[in-house]
Ligand binder design. Structure first.
Ligand SMILES: NC(=O)c1ccc[n+]([C@@H]2O[C@H](COP(=O)([O-])OP(=O)(O)OC[C@H]3O[C@@H](n4cnc5c(N)ncnc54)[C@H](O)[C@@H]3O)[C@@H](O)[C@H]2O)c1
Ligand SMILES: [Zn+2]
Length: 247
């Protein structure tokens, strides 16, 4: 609304979920969903300020906290080995909502997102698209389950597992790094198996994704922790196999 009211007024974001503090409040992507799909009406519109207060998270339920952790794991995998180690070592403190641990995570992710977005605000150079690790498939899972079965963070965690499996199948990533990513997703109690949605439905939803252009598909994969890789035109059979074998 701020982006169109009086042709644009200033706005401030005060995110209160872990997911929004580490990800969606930063970057200026604003949108609302339509019946036809997610985020269909919106604008790139930067806030003047993002104010993240860790104490808000005290009342957040554990499912929502874990969903936020899916985006945190995404940041660690695409850009930050130190954060990845921290997530492995300090999972008890993090899941107990230790404010010092959470603040460290929020700061690390905000810094990465701000850095990426300031270099590629409108997703033209391709840099911003690395933020979509786990999301191409995650969005398809959300859509295929009618936005009811899985919330965003849960769908992204399943998407990351498929992306890791595709990275393994394409021999981009070593088995040990792949295993560490898979284990971290499990450690935070995120879903690792899909229920109630068929692979065919997810693939169909994938091909309807707004980011899918023409006949080419595009996935953000990984060649190791901190090393994202964009891969185009993956064969459908391989995508199907990754789905069936990884989640
Ligand atoms: N624009 C982007 O770049 C971007 C990035 C990631 C995700 N998203 C989108 O963000 C949405 C998810 O955002 P969200 O996780 O903030 O969801 P949300 O706003 O739906 O909040 C989740 C739930 O937590 C409750 N809640 C919020 N703060 C609370 C608090 N402090 N204590 C107790 N309960 C609290 C809410 O009432 C709600 O029930 C998804 O639709 C996702 O697609 C956008
Ligand atoms: Zn997301």
């Amino acid at each position: 609304v701020a982006s169109v009211y009086k042709r644009g007024i200033n706005y401030v974001q005060i995110p209160t979920t872990l997911l929004s503090q580490v990800d969606s409040a930063i970057g200026g992507k604003t949108a609302v969903d339509l019946d036809l799909g997610k985020n269909l009406v919106g604008a790139f519109y930067q806030p003047r300020l993002v104010f993240s207060e860790v104490n808000f998270l005290k009342s957040l339920d554990m499912t929502q906290l874990r969903c936020g952790m899916a985006e945190v794991i995404k940041y660690a995998v695409i850009k930050d080995r130190k954060l990845f180690n921290f997530l492995e070592n300090k999972y008890q403190q993090i899941l107990q909502k230790n404010p010092v641990a959470l603040e460290k995570i929020i700061y690390a992710c905000s810094r990465i997102k701000a850095e990426i977005v300031s270099q590629d605000e409108k997703e033209v150079s391709g840099l911003r698209s690395i933020l979509n690790f786990g999301h191409t498939i995650g969005h398809a899972i959300e859509a295929a389950s009618g936005y009811k079965g899985y919330n965003h963070g849960q769908a992204v965690s399943l998407g990351m597992l498929v992306a890791v499996d595709l990275s393994k199948k394409l021999e981009l990533i070593d088995l040990n790094s792949a295993l560490r990513i898979q284990n971290l997703i499990k450690l935070y109690g995120l879903p690792t198996r899909i229920k109630g949605v068929s692979v065919a439905r997810i693939i169909r939803a994938h091909y309807h994704d707004k980011k899918f252009s023409g006949k080419e598909n595009k996935f953000v994969l990984t060649s190791g922790i901190g090393k994202p890789r964009i891969v185009r035109n993956i064969k459908l059979d391989l995508i199907k196999a990754a789905f069936c074998e990884s989640i």
